[in-house]
Design a protein around this ligand. Structure first.
Ligand code: NAP
Length: 280
């Protein structure tokens, strides 16, 4: 039984939850409270644990919106289920998906828009915005992204829209990288396994979950880049250490989290958050 919506304080003007499993680690409530403080809005934002099945996810999301909730963030493992829900509802004109959610096949933000359940995916745009804020101009750059899971799939369209010169997808299971390359059908995209990477890499992005296992990526020692970005944050990164030792500029993925959250917040409230010198 999910009771968090029953305890929503009536004093808040906007009600948000983040649904995940697990969910206790999520920083989204504190992040969005910081956005609310800056924009002067009165919000309530709660973590919502949910059993890992589609029916439970739909029940929680429906209770939340039927109870007057404004917006919902979705994290692992529900992003694809949220996509499926919006897609199913769109067949009866009750749901809609942004172009980013459509190509990502995953939704991280839900809202009610024009009376329909609207699914967006702000992760990839959050990545590009964070790179830009760190002085990384992607225009005409050769970019390598490691991994071919949900995070990579969501990042591809925003990276292509940022006018990269080339985008190389490298993955342990090369067929998954190949499938993504075929799905996007853009002649700037190439793919390989994790060892056969191009030589001229301007920006390399780690979108694998290898950091969680403590294993190291099987790079050749001569691999260099100007900028290395690890989507993971809050943990030591062997990936970033490898490139730091070669004097590359580096960043973890905390800013991606902040930027994707700011995009969700703007979708829900219409308020643009100023992220210059932002901390939470
Ligand atoms: P996912 O869909 O589960 O994909 C995981 C990817 O990692 C796959 O490509 C997988 O390769 C690869 N991988 C896993 N273990 C590996 C290993 N030992 N060696 C080499 N490759 C390995 O995960 P995801 O949702 O894309 O997330 C990927 C990472 O991005 C996670 O660390 C996640 O926390 C992070 N992320 C951060 C943000 C943010 O806001 N900062 C947002 C989204 C995701 P195979 O295909 O061969 O299995």
């Amino acid at each position: 039984m999910h009771t968090s919506i029953l305890s929503l304080p009536t004093s808040a003007d906007y009600h948000f939850i983040v649904i995940g499993n697990p969910i206790a680690h999520s920083k989204s409530p504190e992040l969005h409270q910081s956005f609310a403080k800056q924009t002067g809005l009165n919000i309530h934002y709660a973590r919502q644990l949910c059993p890992n099945d589609f029916d439970s996810f739909v029940a929680v999301a429906a209770s939340f919106f039927n109870g007057g909730g404004t917006g919902l963030n979705i994290t692992v493992p529900f992003k694809e289920m949220a996509f499926e829900l919006c897609q199913t509802l769109s067949q009866t004109n009750q749901g809609n998906l942004s172009e980013y959610a459509l190509v990502a096949g995953a939704v991280n933000t839900l809202a009610i828009k024009d009376g329909k359940l609207y699914g967006d995916n702000t992760d990839g745009r959050g990545l590009v915005a964070d790179l830009r804020s760190k002085g990384v101009d992607l225009d005409s750059k050769n970019v390598v992204i490691l991994g071919a899971g949900g995070a990579t799939r969501g990042a591809i369209l925003p990276l292509l829209n940022a006018n990269v010169k080339s985008l190389h997808i490298a993955n342990r299971t090369v067929e998954k990288a190949e499938n993504l390359a075929k799905m996007f059908d853009d002649n700037r995209i190439t793919f390989s396994n994790l060892t056969d990477l191009p030589n001229n890499v301007d920006v390399i992005i780690n979108a694998t979950s290898i950091g969680l296992s403590g294993e190291k990526l099987p790079f050749n020692d001569d691999l260099t880049t100007d900028f290395a970005y690890d989507m993971m944050y809050g943990k030591p990164s062997a990936f970033l250490d490898f490139f730091k030792a070669k004097n590359a500029n580096i960043s973890d993925g905390l800013g991606m989290l902040v930027n994707q959250g700011a995009l969700s917040f703007e979708l829900w409230t219409g308020e643009k958050v100023n992220l210059t010198d932002f901390t939470f």
